[in-house]
Design a protein around this ligand. Structure first.
Ligand code: ATP
Ligand code: MG
Length: 447
């Protein structure tokens, strides 16, 4: 995106490009529909719009009788489009009939202002690297792309001597796309995240802490088209209410990239107290995390999620060694996704900054694990040792105690209300978790 391009050029269209989804064969139409839904959602702040779907492209025009986008609308596009999953790039620009005289008129009308904006930054004898890029999808057009490129280059170089053709690294690029019924001209490209549109990848439940990694993991999977609900674990009253508010802010921020994901908050305290008082301190972290996995499986059942998602990163902390991850993972039969497992911390930080979660994550609020963390966690828990420790606990009773105070946090009002369907979900899930003492699912129902 180049912010030096004026927003008040009187753009009359926005072209939206996508690549990966275009290759999806028979599903293509469904993918395009999801992308259009996502674009409509993202562009709510732009005002009324009209969406035109064409082969391989989506065009958006001003709606409600307007003929051009306001500068505010263009600024809003630049702000929101980089986060529309499935979009590879977009450009505000101009539509005209495809005949050459119309192309020339369109360039003559718009180029001077764009040139002026770029030339204002030139010093002394400095030249302005420039390129004309033509794409012609109408192969019956009377001129081929390179002829049109040359024509405009000659036309502009004659009028603007400081332009210098540079096809590899132009600072100013005039891009023309010639289609059967019209041509589109633009000078600006807003990069999207690529990937797949929201809603094409299935539903996940993210274990969202107040940390840096889990929000980034959410974003990564949203980019693969997944819709994400969230669960967070706290230890009130040992952790402050601000912890849930912080996670709610993260969830609200992440929801900008999808449709309204829900947030459940589970109080892990009953399990943490029992583990702290009964179990080998070196295994505490692993035991807490196994509880989280079981509890998340119940919440996933309530929300209808197909898999769990965490921000685990191999080797980052004691619970994230291969041994410990394996033991934590085996607490639930549910599929678990760990998109950051192989990520570099600085890349994750950079992405967190780019998507806007880093500032929230870095707010200093004590979290569940820091309050109850042991000073000597093991990096290589053994399955049999974990079994011995867990056999001393009333797993079933502790899980039900944690679930009892489980709430859904309304992200608009921040009100907490009991999570619907938790008892039914626990009745189905506990036997599947192999929790001792869990009665068969049918017997749990008060018929
Ligand atoms: P993060 O920055 O996401 O907290 P981390 O590097 O601090 O990750 P851990 O604290 O070990 O690593 O947590 C690993 C993952 O476990 C987290 O990314 C998150 O998915 C999940 N998790 C940990 N603590 C919580 C919690 N209190 N609530 C919800 N999920 C949690
Ligand atoms: Mg953490």
């Amino acid at each position: 995106m180049n912010m030096t391009i004026p927003a008040d050029l009187g753009y009359d269209a926005l072209i939206c490009r996508y690549s990966e989804i275009a290759t999806k064969g028979r599903n293509r139409s469904a993918f395009e529909s999801r992308l259009i839904e996502a674009l409509r959602r993202a562009l709510r702040g732009v005002g009324r719009i009209e969406v035109i779907r064409e082969r391989g492209r989506v065009f958006i025009r001003p709606g409600g009788g307007a003929t051009v986008f306001t500068p505010e609308a263009v600024a809003e596009m630049r702000r929101v489009l980089p986060f529309v999953s499935g979009l590879s790039s977009a450009s505000p620009g101009f539509l005209s009939p495809p005949a050459l005289e119309h192309l020339e008129a369109m360039v003559d009308r718009t180029f001077p202002r764009v040139y002026e904006a770029f030339a204002a930054g030139l010093r002394g004898e400095q030249r302005l690297p420039y390129a004309t890029l033509v794409r012609r999808s109408d192969k019956s057009y009377p001129m081929i792309s390179s002829e049109i490129e040359r024509l405009f280059a000659e036309r502009l170089l004659a009028r603007y001597p400081r332009l210098e053709v540079n096809l590899n690294q132009p600072r100013l690029a005039l891009a023309l796309e010639i289609r059967k019924d019209h041509a589109f001209l633009c000078y600006e490209r807003i990069d999207g995240p690529g990937g797949l549109p929201a809603g094409t990848g299935g539903a996940l439940l993210a274990l969202l802490s107040g940390g840096i990694d889990s929000p980034v993991a959410c974003y990564q999977m949203m980019r693969r088209g997944c819709l994400i609900d969230y669960v967070t674990f706290h230890s009130e009253p040992y952790t402050p209410p601000e912890l849930i508010l912080k996670v709610a802010r993260l969830a609200t921020h992440l929801n900008r990239f999808q449709m309204g994901g829900r947030l459940a908050a589970v109080n892990l305290l009953p399990a943490q107290l029992a583990i702290r008082d009964t179990c080998d301190s070196r295994l505490r972290t692993v035991l807490y995390r196994r509880f989280m996995m079981r509890l998340a499986t119940v919440v996933a059942r309530c929300f209808g999620s197909k898999a769990l998602l965490t921000g685990d990163n191999l080797g980052q902390v004691a619970s994230q060694t291969l041994d410990n991850l394996g033991i934590i993972a085996s607490a639930t039969p549910m599929l678990q996704l760990r998109p950051l497992l192989a990520a570099e911390k600085n890349e994750t930080m950079a992405l967190a900054r780019r998507i806007g979660t880093l500032d929230i994550s870095e707010e200093d609020v004590p979290d569940s694990c820091t309050v109850f963390a042991p000073s000597d966690p093991t990096t290589a828990a053994k399955a049999y040792r974990v079994e011995v420790e867990e056999s001393r606990l009333d797993l079933r009773g502790l899980i039900l105690a944690c679930l009892e105070a489980t709430v859904q946090v309304d992200l608009a009002t921040l009100e907490r209300r009991p999570l619907r369907g938790v008892d039914e979900a626990a009745a189905v899930v506990l036997p599947r978790l192999g929790v001792p003492g869990a009665a068969p699912a049918a017997a749990e129902r008060p018929e």
